[in-house]
Design a binder for this molecule. Structure first.
Ligand SMILES: Nc1ncnc2c1ncn2[C@@H]1O[C@H](COP(=O)(O)OP(=O)(O)OP(=O)(O)O)[C@@H](O)[C@H]1O
Length: 322
């Protein structure tokens, strides 16, 4: 759906994107993550022609974006809905008018437009709020209006720019669940720009990590999080108190091994002692993964690593608590 090759972009003298190559396939929920200023929003905006680009190629459904004329660009944007961190809604208008707006712009007959807006209200769970002013809604409700408006013209692709960054954790989860539903039931391909790792874990099947305008890691989300390299590690924080002595080892359990009592087996077979520093179960789209941090004596590390390797475990010896 979206193919990018060797994309480069300058703002004046500053190079903000370099050598970006990626492919978003139909049905993907594709994550673009990185710290502030990494170039995430710029990359997203190159996809729908809101930003120009110098070098390289951005093709959406086979068409090179920079070669599109004004009319073709409009058609492209009709097929790529977009939602934003600050919602970009008409605050003094009511919910219904906001959703109707793109339909009016595209000249949809009134009765059809109203029918479509009613369907969308139901999809995003706001039927009861139809005639409330947007300014009186909560953040989560505003983003639901944003999503309904972005879907009004039946786009095949939805671009999300920090769509949950202004929301509390519970509301974030409800919006992410709605986005997952839209991806699965309406077959809408989604590209998500975010700095929130929980967003990536919960909804993205593929992810790239941007740093200084370059892709520093990419791949299937679950695989990346099972064995996070240094670039991903920089973005993850574990809030566990670190035991000052010994060595901390972070173990990652994919679903297949989550319930095999593997740690008890290890302790028994190797006759080692360990303490548990922390652990949790995390949800990744349709699956779960377990994480456990154990603290072991320095001298036991080699045999523990050997045993973990032989038992197909994913693990990481933590340095300075990270
Ligand atoms: N219109 C602009 N003119 C000049 N420089 C810009 C412009 N927009 C962005 N930049 C610069 O380009 C770089 C990338 O910005 P971008 O907004 O894409 O990053 P980001 O990863 O989305 O960050 P954030 O999460 O803070 O929005 C930054 O250094 C930023 O200052």
């Amino acid at each position: 759906m979206i193919e990018i090759h060797d994309l480069g972009k300058y703002y004046g003298e500053q190079k903000v994107l370099s050598d970006i190559s990626l492919e978003v396939r139909k049905g993907d929920v594709f994550g673009i993550v990185g710290h502030s200023g990494a170039g995430k929003s710029t990359l997203l905006r190159c996809m729908n022609g809101l930003e120009s680009y110098g070098g390289g190629s951005v093709r959406v459904k086979g068409k090179e974006v920079k070669e599109l004329g004004e009319r073709e660009l409009k058609l492209l944007r009709r097929d790529m809905g977009m939602i934003f961190q600050n919602f970009n809604l008409m605050n003094r208008k009511d919910v219904f008018e906001n959703i109707l707006f793109p339909l009016k712009v595209w000249g949809t007959p009134k009765a059809d437009a109203e029918k479509r807006a009613d369907e969308l209200l139901e999809l995003v769970g706001l039927t009861g709020k139809k005639h409330e002013k947007v300014r009186d809604l909560s953040g989560g409700q505003k983003q639901r209006v944003g999503i309904a408006r972005a879907l009004a013209l039946n786009p095949e692709i939805l671009l999300c720019d920090e769509a949950t960054s202004a929301l509390d954790p519970k509301t974030t989860i409800s919006i992410l669940e709605l986005l997952m539903d839209i991806n699965k039931k309406l077959d809408v391909t989604i590209v998500v720009v975010t700095h929130q790792m929980e967003v990536v874990k919960m909804i993205c099947n593929k992810v790239i990590i941007l740093d200084g305008g370059k892709i520093v890691a990419s791949g299937d989300t679950e695989k990346l999080f099972l064995a996070p390299g240094p670039e991903l590690r920089k973005l993850i924080t574990d809030d566990y108190a670190v035991i000052p002595s010994g060595i901390n080892i972070r173990l990652m359990f994919p679903r297949e091994v989550a319930n095999e009592g593997i740690i008890a087996n290890m302790a028994r077979e190797l006759d080692v002692k360990f303490s548990i520093v922390g652990g949790r179960i995390e949800r990744y789209r349709d699956t779960v993964m377990g994480f456990l941090i154990i603290n072991v004596a320095d001298g036991d590390v080699p045999k523990i690593e050997k045993w973990l390797g032989e038992n197909n475990m994913y693990w990481e010896v933590m340095k300075n608590g990270q």
